[in-house]
Design a protein around this ligand. Structure first.
Ligand code: PLP
Length: 419
């Protein structure tokens, strides 16, 4: 089969496809695996009970049921969903946005596919090849293979701030952040997958000013953050601005299978996103929008975030944190200060083997984690740190978390002791 350049690009070896396949295989072969990999949200029973009530409401109302399964959504997204969203953003976030600032997509992953390929790559006037700039690597691995040609991303190495005996935090190194006319957009996930870092308000304001000065958008991936699901363990004060593009998702609220993404941006950009999305998907799925419209209309979203999800994930975070501290005592480990999302980012200083090899060894011992190295995808430097980190999800039961931490502790201790 002769492939196009696009076909070649998207079917060649890809970090995210390999990782997802590896996770899928590992789970199917051994369902008892202690699973701290993947980005699936936890099963939060209280939330799923609410979903089942909403589904019963819909099932008992023939008109609502027909709207759910028998009608294509409008290209921009369901009108009532968009109205509820813009109202929520105005009321709860004080953002100056209207319906025309919002577009719905089939998951935020596909929103990124649209944005990356609409802004980066060869410019329409063919004068330049443009990049997405990630000012703070490591970043979400799912961006890394989305460009339809090579060389779409540049990333900046972080500064490492040590905090207390076993914590650290990545900071943006503004002195070494180079923005030239080849940068199409600046992009951050906040809180960050994989590290759980919250780029500070001050850092975000500086990025916003830089983006404005260079007349490019600042893209903020809010998959785990405000305004929902709000898995953020400290306050932040964010205001949307005209040159910001927010990408939101219903996935981490507990609805990953509904595949619902939301883009909030200037109306010119929204209209273009809608056109590409319609070409790619014709229309969005109705389930996520319908459920969320009802949760918004019933005034439930704030309390889902603050009273159901936040305490749930905060407690899980503490379980994994305590277990790791117990099991890794005396070893040269650091944990990224956990400020949001549902991962701990473990740095094993001077690890005698690569994190990729450690990932394989742990898999053999029945523990699935994420190797940290692919999250540095936009950093070319040979930097030992890239091979020393693991991402651990804390979405599983306490028993799974504690057993996994024990095995990680044993394996890592054995490695350091052989040095
Ligand atoms: N952005 C980040 C930071 C993520 O972690 C994920 C998924 O894990 C996504 C975007 C994509 O999420 P979805 O397509 O389910 O909305």
């Amino acid at each position: 089969m002769k492939l196009s350049q696009f076909g070649q690009q998207l079917t060649s070896d890809s970090g995210i496809v390999n990782l997802m396949a590896d996770l899928g295989n590992a789970l199917n072969v051994n369902p008892n695996l202690l699973f701290l990999g993947g980005g699936n949200p936890a099963k939060v029973d209280e939330f799923e009970l609410l979903v089942s009530q909403l589904l019963s409401e819909i099932a008992q109302d023939p008109q609502a049921l027909h709207k759910l399964v028998g009608v294509y959504q409008s290209p921009q997204g369901a009108e009532d969903f968009i109205q509820q969203l813009s109202h929520y953003f105005q009321q709860h976030c004080a953002w100056q946005v209207a319906d025309k600032n919002i577009a719905i997509t089939n998951g935020s992953q596909s929103a990124f596919f649209i944005l990356i390929n609409m802004l980066a790559g060869q410019a329409a006037d063919a004068t330049q090849h443009k990049h997405f700039l990630f000012p703070l690597m490591p970043e979400y691995l799912g961006y890394s293979d989305q460009g339809v040609a090579d060389d779409y991303f540049v990333g900046a190495k972080p500064q490492i701030e040590e905090i207390g005996p076993d914590l650290f935090k990545y900071k943006i190194d503004f002195d070494n952040l180079h923005i030239d006319d080849k940068v199409a957009a600046i992009c951050v996930s906040r809180p960050t997958n994989p590290t759980g870092n919250m780029i500070t308000d001050d850092e975000l304001n500086q990025l916003s000013d830089l983006a404005k000065q260079h007349n490019i958008p600042l893209i903020i991936d809010c998959a785990y953050g405000e305004p929902f699901p709000g898995i953020v363990y400290q306050s932040s004060n964010y205001q949307w601005q005209d040159h910001h593009i927010l990408v939101l998702s219903l996935s981490k609220l507990g609805l990953p299978a509904t595949r619902t993404g939301i883009v909030v941006a200037h109306p010119d950009l929204i209209q273009r996103v809608v056109k590409v999305n319609t070409i790619m998907s014709l229309a969005n799925g109705n389930l996520g929008p319908e459920l969320m419209t009802r949760m918004l209309a019933q005034g439930k979203v704030k309390s889902i975030c603050k009273d159901m999800l936040l305490p749930f994930y905060q407690r899980k975070r503490d379980v994994l944190m305590n277990a790791l501290r117990n099991e890794l005592q005396g070893l040269p480990y650091r944990i990224h200060q956990p400020e949001g999302a549902f991962f701990l980012w473990l740095w094993l200083k001077d690890l005698p083997i690569s994190s990729a090899d450690l990932y394989q060894r742990l898999k053999q011992q029945g523990v699935l984690v994420m190797d940290g190295s692919p999250f540095f995808f936009a950093l070319d430097d040979a930097w030992q740190h890239k091979q020393e980190c693991l991402r651990l999800s804390y979405c599983q039961s306490d028993e799974v978390i504690e057993s996994a931490a024990k095995i990680i502790g044993q394996e890592v201790k054995a490695l350091y002791s052989k040095q």
